[in-house]
Write a protein that binds this ligand. Structure first.
Ligand SMILES: Cc1ncc(COP(=O)(O)O)c(C=O)c1O
Length: 420
C-alpha cells in the first residue's frame, strides 16, 4: 500500500514530467517546522531546507497568515504601477546591505541575469562586456546562467553558449588580475560557493577583488542566492567573512543577487545595486511580469520581520557553528569515511571520502555524496549532495539545538556503519 503511493507519484512523473532531474526515491507530502513527511507518513528531519530556501521551515504560521492577508487585499499588480510592499521590501534590503536600489524578479538565475545586464550596460559605451566568474561556481540554468557557471557539466549539449564569460580560479587574486582583458567589465563570485561544495571566499580575496575592481573600473558582483539572507549568521556572507578584518568596514560590492531564502519557499528573487550605479537600468531597460508582486513581497517582509525579531541570524551562527565543530570531531574520529567539513553558520559542507575507499559504497556506480545522502534518508534525515563527495546541510534558520543534536546523532550512526 505504502509502496504503491510512492509508485503512483513516480509513475505520474514518468509519464508527464520532463526528466531533467535525477530524483531520490522520495515523495514528500507535508511539512511542519524542520520536519517533513513522505506520502507513506514517514517523518524526516530536514537539514536541507529545500536547498537553502525554507528560511522559516515548513508551514510557518506567520507566513501563512501573511499570504492570506495579502492575498485578500492584492495578489498581483503590474509593474506599470507602484505597490507599497515592493517599496518596503526594497527598503529592508537596502537597510541590511548598503545604500542602493533593488530590482525584483522570480529566481536566482533571473537575479543574476539582471547583474549581467547591469554589467553590459555599465561597459557598453566603452565596448566592454566580459564578465569573469569563478571555476566551480554556479549561477543558474538559463543560457547566460550556464555560460557564467564555472562547471562544464551544466554547459554540455547546450553550445554555443552566451559569449562574454570567462572563468578564473576561485580565491586566487593573482589569477584574477592576470585574466583581465580590455573587454572585462565585471567580476562575479559567490560569497561562499554552494553547488561547488561550500567554499567560502577568503577575506583577502574579497578585499583584493574590491581593490582590483576599483583600480580597473570593474563592477564587483556577488551572487548571494544560496549564501545570503542570514544563513552565515549575517545578512550577507561577505559581512561575516570580513568581520573584524582591518580596513573592511567600508567594503561594498557593486551588485548582489538574491533569491532562495528571501521568499522562504515563495518564489522571489532580487538584485541590489549600489547607489553609484543604481540608476543605470533606466525605464524600459529591464522588466519581468511577476517581479515584486505585493504577495511575494508581503511574504518576504514577514520573513525579514521574524528573522530580526527571533534573532535567527544569531541562531544560524551559534547552532551552525556548533554543528560544524561537531562534524569536525566526527571527521577526526572516522577518517576512513569523512574527509573534511567547511562552511559558516547554516551553510555547511561535509566531505565524504571517495566511494572507492568506503567498502559499502565501492560497488555502486554513484558518488559517495549521493550514497551518503541515501543512507541518511534511511536514517530519517534529509540533506543535499553537492558534486561527487560533499553533503550539504542548509537547514531552516530556526533549526533548534535539540534538532541539530538529533541530526548529528543520525549522521554519526550512519558514519559508524560505514567504517570498514
Ligand atoms: C549561487 C546560486 N546562484 C544561482 C542559483 C540559481 O537559482 P535559481 O535556481 O533560483 O534560478 C543557485 C541555485 O542553486 C545558486 O546556488
Amino acid at each position: 500500500m505504502v509502496r504503491n503511493q510512492f509508485e503512483t507519484v513516480r509513475e505520474l512523473f514518468a509519464r508527464n514530467v520532463i526528466p531533467s532531474y535525477a530524483r531520490f526515491d522520495l515523495a514528500l507530502a507535508r511539512g511542519a517546522g524542520c520536519e517533513v513527511w513522505d506520502v507513506s507518513g514517514r517523518r524526516y528531519l530536514d537539514l536541507g531546507g529545500g536547498i537553502a530556501v525554507c528560511a522559516l521551515g515548513y508551514s510557518n504560521r506567520e507566513i501563512t497568515q501573511a499570504l492570506i492577508e495579502q492575498s485578500e487585499r492584492l495578489v498581483h499588480v503590474s509593474n506599470l504601477y507602484y505597490n507599497e510592499p515592493q517599496g518596503r521590501l526594497a527598503e529592508r534590503i537596502v537597510k541590511h546591505l548598503a545604500p542602493g536600489k533593488v530590482f525584483f524578479c522570480n529566481s536566482g538565475a533571473e537575479a543574476n541575469e539582471g547583474l549581467y545586464k547591469l554589467a553590459r550596460k555599465f561597459g557598453h559605451d566603452e565596448g566592454r562586456f566580459e564578465i569573469l566568474t569563478a571555476a566551480n561556481s554556479f549561477h543558474g540554468r538559463t543560457l547566460a546562467g550556464i555560460s557564467a557557471t564555472g562547471q562544464e557539466k551544466v554547459k554540455k549539449g547546450f553550445e554555443p553558449l552566451v559569449q562574454g564569460f570567462r572563468h578564473i580560479p576561485y580565491n586566487d587574486l593573482t589569477a584574477a588580475r592576470e585574466a583581465l582583458s580590455p573587454a572585462t567589465v565585471a567580476i562575479l563570485i559567490e560569497g561562499v560557493q554552494g553547488e561547488g561544495g561550500i567554499t567560502p571566499a577568503t577575506a583577502d580575496y574579497l578585499m583584493g577583488l574590491r581593490r582590483l575592481c576599483d583600480e580597473k573600473k570593474l563592477l564587483l558582483l556577488i551572487d548571494a542566492v544560496q549564501c545570503g539572507h542570514f544563513r552565515t549568521g549575517r545578512f550577507q556572507s561577505f559581512q561575516r567573512i570580513l568581520e573584524g578584518v582591518p580596513g573592511a568596514e567600508g567594503f561594498r560590492p557593486d551588485g548582489v543577487s538574491m533569491a532562495k531564502s528571501l521568499g522562504g519557499g515563495f518564489p522571489i528573487g532580487a538584485f541590489w545595486v549600489c547607489d553609484k550605479h543604481a540608476d543605470l537600468l533606466g525605464p524600459g531597460t529591464h522588466g519581468t511580469t511577476f517581479g515584486g508582486t505585493p504577495l511575494g513581497c508581503a511574504v518576504a517582509l514577514k520573513i525579514f520581520e521574524v528573522i530580526e525579531r527571533d534573532n535567527l541570524a544569531a541562531n544560524a551562527r551559534e547552532v551552525g557553528d556548533w554543528i560544524k565543530r561537531s562534524l569536525q570531531r566526527m571527521v577526526d574520529t572516522y577518517p576512513t569515511v569523512l574527509k573534511s567539513v567547511r562552511g559558516l553558520g547554516f551553510l555547511i559542507g561535509l566531505e565524504v571520502c571517495e566511494r572507492e575507499k568506503i567498502p559499502a559504497f565501492s560497488t555502486i556506480d554513484k558518488g559517495s555524496s549521493i550514497q551518503f545522502v541515501n543512507k541518511l534518508h534511511e536514517a530519517g534525515v534529509l540533506t543535499i549532495p553537492s558534486g561527487s563527495q560533499v553533503v550539504r546541510l542548509l537547514p531552516a534558520l530556526n533549526l533548534s539545538r535539540p534538532q541539530a543534536e538529533e541530526g548529528l546523532s543520525s549522521i554519526e550512526n550512519v558514519v559508524k556503519k560505514l567504517v570498514s
